[in-house]
Design a protein around this ligand. Sequence first.
Ligand SMILES: [Ca+2]
Ligand SMILES: [Ca+2]
Length: 148
Amino acid sequence: MLKKKYVDKDVTAIHSLNYFTEKLKTWYKASNNFYYKMFLDQVSYATAKANCQEKKANLASVGVRDSSMRNHLISLASGENVWIGLNDIEHEGNFIWEDGVVSTADNTPWINPPDDYEGNEDCVHLTETSLNDYDCSKLLPYICEKFV
Ligand SMILES: [Ca+2]
Ligand SMILES: [Ca+2]
């Protein structure tokens, strides 16, 4: 029988995702009337964005700006790191939500200010508590959001 000699980080992440609640496996209608779905394939921010758009959706934006909806999404995602729709790709330090809304202190719940680590973090993922800027080429699952 074949045995794996090691388990790398990504495999561990996929394993832990098995524990997230069933709700986000299909389009889930939240109390804000938007629908959410979590995709478990681990992809770059650009691919995640394109995959959501293919489904007539956006990377989650509206729901993430709302504190109670954000906490709800974090619990539905079991605190996994997942891409959501916020980036400063165009201009360093000027974050824009994927639905076009400009990020402000009021609508963006950084616990720590984005650190643009090694000058290479322009995309944002949900953490178990809040938001973090991260390397856009890293591979993460993601949450799409659509209105109908
Ligand atoms: Ca940045
Ligand atoms: Ca960071």
